[in-house]
Design a protein around this ligand. Structure first.
Ligand code: SAM
Ligand code: SF4
Ligand code: SF4
Length: 360
């Protein structure tokens, strides 16, 4: 009997809640988080028990040939047979943990999905004051019960994990103890020595959304004055990982139509990536914009911007990929057709590559 493999071995921790898998949280009307378990200081780590119960319910649905409602039209659906040794009671190693249990972040990105669509001063204050749970009892439980190992990727996603370094470092220590892999999403404003050490010695991807190629555009999109700091930190992290083939930095550019979609700006970004010897750049599109415009004609300017971004001739040594994360299949197809230049094969490859990154 087939089940999506992500349902078998992922878990995501978000503010006040735990959810069964990372994808399909974003829909036309914004974040839709219908399938979750409430978590607070009193429920952690028992929340895992409720999680296992919920997961078992969804797996049973699949066994009876019924698709869980949140999986419908999901781009990432990746059916596998339930392994013979899969322990439905929960004793099964996780492949991915997504840790976003805190929203704390003092950057003010114009597009920040955590602050909500209006992104007002108040929404950022609210985002920073959001109360949540301590994840350490959960991490300790996973450690003590051997539910993470060298096949597990710990995705530390924020808010901004460098703003709660003690907790982030404790999470990393548990990961190190269990030989886990890491993927860390950070704005790069605060240089974190512990993350730099991971770059030196561990299997790690750091993802940084720079979204610009100049100080001026950085200030417009991120609404803080930190372009030089961040670009220096990117260079430092990259330097730290230069002798480690298992570490890499991925630089993201979230296209916000009408703001940072000028070719000139993207050129500066690509030049920076090339000069700084960055292995991979990621194209993304502001989800708020997408949610409002997905049914409309793609503006020529955006298509040109995407084509320019994906064109490897002006940046031959940098891998280029697309992040259309959290979108459903209709959106994914649309984004791919928006970016499609000349070769379906090339995009089929990218799709595969991106799936791999997500599941890494
Ligand atoms: C919410 S952030 C938290 C991690 C970290 N503070 C950062 O900015 O990288 C997680 C990821 O979501 C991306 N993101 C946030 N809002 C988005 C939006 N409206 N559209 C597309 N990606 C978005 C960010 O670029 C980042 O890669
Ligand atoms: S189909 Fe999508 S929503 Fe369902 S478990 Fe797989 S990745 Fe998650
Ligand atoms: S750095 Fe990340 S969490 Fe902070 S405002 Fe920007 S997108 Fe949001």
């Amino acid at each position: 009997m087939e089940v999506c493999r992500f349902l078998l071995d992922e878990i995501q921790f978000i503010v006040k809640r735990v959810t069964p898998c990372y994808t399909r949280l974003w829909e036309k009307e914004g974040y839709v988080r219908r399938y979750f378990i409430e978590a607070d200081e009193n429920t952690s780590p028992q929340v895992l028990k409720s999680f296992f119960d919920l997961r078992r319910k969804y797996i049973d649905m699949c066994k009876n040939g019924v698709t869980p409602p949140f999986c419908k039209n999901c781009y990432y659906y990746d059916p596998v047979e339930i392994p013979d040794d899969y322990d439905l009671m929960g004793n099964h190693t996780f492949k991915s943990l997504y840790i976003s249990h805190r929203n704390t972040c003092h950057c003010k990105c114009i597009y920040c999905c955590l602050a909500g669509e209006n992104n007002t001063e108040e929404s950022f204050i609210q985002m920073n004051n959001e109360k949540t749970y301590n994840i350490m009892p959960i991490m300790n439980y996973l450690d003590e019960n051997k539910l993470i190992n060298n096949e597990t990727t710990i995705n530390i996603m924020g808010g901004e994990c460098t703003e709660y370094p003690e907790e982030a470092h404790n999470i990393i220590d548990i990961g190190l103890k269990n030989n886990c892999k890491f993927r860390i999403l950070t704005n790069g404003i605060i240089y974190d020595e512990k993350i730099a050490d991971l770059m030196k010695n561990e299997n790690i991807n750091i993802v940084i959304s720079l979204d610009s190629g100049s100080d001026e555009m950085y200030r417009r999109v991120k609404r803080v004055n930190a372009f030089d700091k961040v670009t220096n930190n990117i260079i430092k992290y990259n330097e730290a990982g230069k002798n480690n083939p298992d570490s890499r930095i991925m630089l993201k550019y979230i296209l916000c139509p009408g703001i940072n979609d000028k070719i000139d700006e993207i050129k500066k970004f690509k030049d920076f990536a090339l000069n700084a010897n960055i292995g991979c750049i990621i194209l993304s599109i502001d989800r708020f914009w997408l949610s409002k415009n997905i049914d409309k004609q793609v503006p020529a300017k955006l298509r040109n911007a995407m084509d320019y971004f994906m064109d490897k001739t002006n940046c031959p040594d940098v891998g280029t990929t697309i992040d259309y994360g959290f979108v459903d299949k209709t959106w994914a197809d649309k984004v791919f057709s928006m970016a499609k230049k000349d070769s379906d094969k090339c995009f089929a490859k990218l799709k595969k590559f991106f799936k791999k990154i997500l599941s890494h």
